[in-house]
Ligand binder design. Sequence first.
Ligand SMILES: C[S@@+](CC[C@H](N)C(=O)[O-])C[C@H]1O[C@@H](n2cnc3c(N)ncnc32)[C@H](O)[C@@H]1O
Length: 247
Amino acid sequence: MDDRGRRFLLRLQTGGTFHFHGGAVPHALILGSEEGTVVHSQTGARLACMRPTITDFILKMPRGAQVIYPKDLGTIVIRGDIAPGMRVLEAGSGSGATTIALCRATGPDGQVVSYEVRADFHDRAAANVEAFFGRVPSWLELRLGDVREAAATGEAFDRAVLDLPEPEGVLPEVRTALRPGGILVTYLPTTNQTQQAVLALERGGFAEIETIETLSRTWHVTERSVRPDHRMVAHTGFVIISRRGRD
Ligand SMILES: C[S@@+](CC[C@H](N)C(=O)[O-])C[C@H]1O[C@@H](n2cnc3c(N)ncnc32)[C@H](O)[C@@H]1O
């Protein structure tokens, strides 16, 4: 982070140099030092160096498909009750942002199975997940294919997370793959898609349906003034929570 709060995400490499508007910083100044260390570029600009948080990483990582923003990932993990040891079905993997959050939530005692129909997005998700964790977690399986294929595998999932344009088209198969009482989280960007999905969930044997929008506003706090920031991420999408009832 520079003195104006601008953030840069980089992977340190032996012999590497980071170039930015404030000059150049050899990676060797940072490698091996403690988190929070402050270094100076050759032209005197200051940089504070920290390991990235999941939020830093998701906002800066290369994208193929549009990612789910951290504010919504928080809602998905907590309202979807996704916990260590659970088996989670996901589609589509997209850029891997949601996959990263799900792997963190289930931990190594759980399992995440993520489907993606597009080979380029499947590869992008794998690269991002690997860059975040240092390797693809052993408890993650990235499958190139349609999430509807999960129904035929005989696997039973505790939770399912869908971020794809027409979830109603995959609901019967996802319901088959979810254990009774399992929770399905559906994420959609628009109201008309949300309405269609909720109606399809009602028809499709899902109960306790709840639609949530998460508004997150940062504030500017100084000695002289306390006010909301002028800019915010105003709209991202809607999170629909539902539960698989018994047949
Ligand atoms: C918006 S992106 C998902 C982004 C992801 N949640 C993230 O945070 O990076 C939606 C993805 O769903 C994939 N997709 C659409 N229908 C699918 C299906 N039936 N099975 C698996 N993937 C599907 C698309 O190819 C696309 O990559």
